[in-house]
Design a protein around this ligand. Sequence first.
Ligand code: PMP
Ligand code: GLN
Length: 380
Amino acid sequence: MLLESKLPDIGITIFTIMSKLASDTGAINLSQGFPDFEVDPRLIELVNKHMSAGRNQYAPMQGVASLRQALAEKTKKLYGATIDPDTQITVTSGATEALFSAITAVVQPRQQVLVIEPAFDSYVPAILLNQGEPVFVKLTWPGYKIDWDRVIDSITPKTRAIILNSPHNPTGTVLADEDIDALKMLVERNDLIIISDEVYEHIIFDTMIHHSMLRYPELAARSMVISSFGKTYHTTGWKIGYCIAPPELTVEFQKVHQFLTFSANTPIQHAYADIMQHEELYLKLGAFYQEKRDLFLDLLSTSRFKPLDCKGTYFIMLDYSEISREPDTEFARRMTRQYGVAAIPPSVFYHDDTDNSVLRFCFAKKDKTLEKAARKLCAI
Ligand code: PMP
Ligand code: GLN
């Protein structure tokens, strides 16, 4: 059989590779981003309740009404945006599906999409499968800031969209006021659509605020804002996310979504709608993870790793240049096998394998796990 790959340069994701290596070698897995602690028991009970009550058939294509209503209320309260739950919200099978549907809905063949690197690994394959062209702009080093002059220089008549991600995976940086000012000018002048990946919206530290596109009416009017319940409720395996967009973009988004998955898991949507009434669960999430970040930093203070600034997400970058000159992919593998801690080499998030001798560590772990991992890292 003659088979021509549609993604000839894409392999198995680094998350799958490093999690498997961690499990094969018995290493502590700080690579793929997921918590190792339990879900709020109330949420488990709610899922059971809705399953037992017979809510086990297809959800509406747009998502369960009570969940869309709860999302609209939360968006109003947190970001001041008035969102119509019937025409502007779609519940998806994780943010990954929402990103794929958003990109597929708006990118035509040969159109260009600005991708800020290092970039979460699902963006580029989605652009390529739609015969779009990713145009890469690197975050500055060190500091990982968006160089807006370089973004402007990368614009052509074919540029259709920009993908943003704040708080940012893998660097842990967040957008600031001056980024929003630059973005407003850029998108209006060039009539761009913004695909805004905000899955870590509640995991933000040190009095920073989350600059959701939904806070700014002129940006919200051209944005598809994507988030995920997996990060907020410690349920990455449940795979429910959503997209908030203006009605005309939502129509196009749903044309894709309805034939990609049609709808997302019904009882879990009902359970999230109920648990969202407990606002403290998401309002206190930043403080919860800030404590973990600070504990991990404190435990590593005597190590030879140099931490980079981390203002959000549950990832922190550690510079290992005092320890080794190996490429990050090799050092990550050796560290897993030899020292028993797995991390992600961020060069895989660049199209040209940019390697700054840093690794990404996930600190969404029990304190005991972080203590054990830090002991091993301090011994390197
Ligand atoms: N975007 C970013 C930046 C992520 O880190 C993740 C997490 N895995 C996703 C999207 C995908 O989210 P989900 O697990 O809900 O598909
Ligand atoms: N978002 C998670 C991470 O960055 C994992 C996503 C995945 O495994 N696809 O580690």
